[in-house]
Design a protein around this ligand. Sequence first.
Ligand SMILES: [Zn+2]
Length: 304
Amino acid sequence: MNDDDQPETTQDAEDTSSEPAPDAGGTPILGDVLLAIEELWPESLSEPWDAVGPVVGRASAEVKRILFAVDPTADVIAEALAWDADLLVTHHPLLLKPVNSVATSHFKGDAIHRLIEGGCALVTVHTNGDSAVGGVSDVLADAMGLRDVRPLAAAENGLPEEGIGRVGELADGTTLGEFAATVFSMLPAVAGGVKVAGDKDGIVRTVAVCGGAGDSLFDAVRAARADVYVTADLRHHPASEAREGAVDGRPYLIDVSHFGSEWLWLTPAADALDNVLTDQGYNVEVSVSGINTDPWDFILTPGS
Ligand SMILES: [Zn+2]
């Protein structure tokens, strides 16, 4: 990561070509980083409707600094450019829906211009990052201390341990209230907090989790006989029907911030990419955005 331990060169130094390089850290180009990203989060694991991979940037451009973030918002792009990042890796796509123009009169075109003018590439790692081993839901399952973790919905083009969502067991049963407090404490603080449906004193042991919006997975949650399902963006009808159809009150529901549920993945993801590049003899600096891109700013509740 630094050059401090490089030996001083001398005029009459012997041929040192047989010695290991003092600092093997070469600078990768974007094409090298894309290969490392593909190794960690293969595009084949992404959902058919998704848009992952490079969005902005030349494959031949050098990459020294990589910033990870959940959303490519204007504030995050400003942060990346202020840090002189050569690459911004975001979980959410900037261009999920096709566009007909990148004119700066629209915020998406403006974002693309700012990235290109600032010399910063943009790459999306979305549902491929969800599905892969060490993906978003794996990180959540880990943080919750789950054991025997397996996918809620196995990947069609992947290994048995790859897929969307995860389910696993807590070492010791705990109450829904205590478990919800654990979930709340491990996520970044956001205005919307954490919503819970179910008996606060009910015991939970089997936990299903899906980072991001997971209300399409209720059948898998029920099939896994999960006591509680932790996900984000639970809409009224799927949530209401899940509660109406609950067996012995289960699965209980814990609805968290979409941003928060995915933010936790950024640090292990950045470390994983750094490790792959380091193993290949490259030297990059990685960092994780500290900007809260949860869109909500305050909440009113009956007690407030
Ligand atoms: Zn998401």
